[in-house]
Design a protein around this ligand. Sequence first.
Ligand code: SF4
Ligand code: SF4
Length: 552
Amino acid sequence: MFCYQCEGTQRNDGILGCNTLVGNCGKTAETADLQDLLLYAITGLSSYATVANKYQISKSDVDHLVLEAVFSTLTNVNFDPKRIEDYLRNVVKLREELKQKILDFASKSNTIIELPTYSSVTYKPADSIGELVDQALEIGFDARTLIAGEDIAGMYGFVLYGIKGAAAYTNHALLSGGNIESAVNQLHDALAFLAQESTNLNDYIDWAMKVGAANYSAMESLDSAHTNKFGHPEPTQVRISNVAGKAILVSGHDIHDLEKLLQQTVGKGINVYTHGEMLPANAYPELKKYPHLVGNFGGAWHKQKVEFSRFPGAVLMTSNCLIEPQVAYKERLFTTNAVGWSGIQHIKDCDYTPLIEAALNAPGFTSDAPEKFITIGFARNTVISLADDVVAAVKSGAIKHFYLVGGCDVSTPDGDYYGDFARMVPKDSVILTLGCAKYRFNRDDLGDINGIPRVLDMGQCNDAYSAIQVALTLAKAFDCSVNELPLTLVVSWFEQKAVAIMLTLLYLGLENIYWGPKLPAFATPNILQLLESRFKLIPISTPEKDLARTLH
Ligand code: SF4
Ligand code: SF4
């Protein structure tokens, strides 16, 4: 195996990348190799999808499979080699069916259609897992680095990982009923580009920007799907201490699953709690109306071994970030959608019956814990409605600076940077936050400025879309560009959703973004130099030094 797609990759003695029998996340070499092969096969299927799109040949089955299968390869999503093998065989089956559809169309319409000829469009999967693993060795990052060099392999990674993040957001939008047509077709185009195995660095830079555009479209669809279905998030006090009773904990990003579960648990005497990136769901009016959605339990994803062990009910993981299930809770842990771990019960088609039974059989909380609350729900609608107050506060000097401090949280003390940074931000500045990096400081009371809270929790990592809309609104109000606003972005990255968001910010022309804690292993010195010179991207240093730099 070779994998360097996330911040947690191995970095020993100058050798970068997880390349042993098991990656740092717990992904086995077998699963990693199968995922490489799956992505390779998807580039072949997407190559046909771009042709089908050109001639308006229907392919929604292809779109859905590609989104879920790509999502399964993100960090901490699917560790089950059997599920990855199934995706792989389905991808090749649909590729052949789509090819036949295109040929039938060409024949019936008397059209000459040029079909792609890349190696991945004719790839045939071997019969056994052992032979599939051998096939993977021919097409993985090791092979690419050997043939094209580490800069090309690194930029291939940048584009591929951005596609992964954008595919995940598009899949969330699809599940919530969003219109994904534009985003998914842009992703097919980008995957078809990867099928070409270009050796031109500039091609990859151009496509990295196109993936940033595709991800903007994906986040826009997701924002629209969420707000159309669940209403606009509103400022909400969320209880973060347990109440007595049977309990279900829902983690991950798929709010659609939470809604279905709330519907299926009405009147069952079960309290439902959010965890990790599901916390923002508590601020949506159409979800708040369920009285048995009682609050949030726990913090960021990397604390789940302890928190799921302590939680006396059933647990549902709807998307990333799953880590190795422990004996203490594996019998009452369930996965759904693209998530998987061998031996863990998987929910299909939103039928939560086994999860509900597991919750009823678990002891639940025996008493109420003392009440504790945090405030969330400052997505674009709420913040933009405060725009006049915010602009007045900036003009009067009451607010001097805005910081967007957020993104993924990491499992190591390196993530302390984000908590320390937020606590050191001067009292005349406002912090916008999103993603799970906020768990480093969201229980601190950092006060307010003229009634405007100093920490505005905008939601999940994909609510970077909301933050962008707020920045555009402020830029319009001050008649300047976003880069001229008194705004600094300090963005934590851990996995591929964060890569997609970074590409979107760069595509939109944002500069001087602080990025860390560790820079990606796939960003070679040449790639880093390019990012620094073209986009003025700044590796984070210490909170003190970075804050001083933003205020000089
Ligand atoms: S996802 Fe991250 S931790 Fe897991 S194998 Fe890949 S680089 Fe290593
Ligand atoms: S923000 Fe990133 S690290 Fe956090 S749960 Fe979401 S994908 Fe995982």
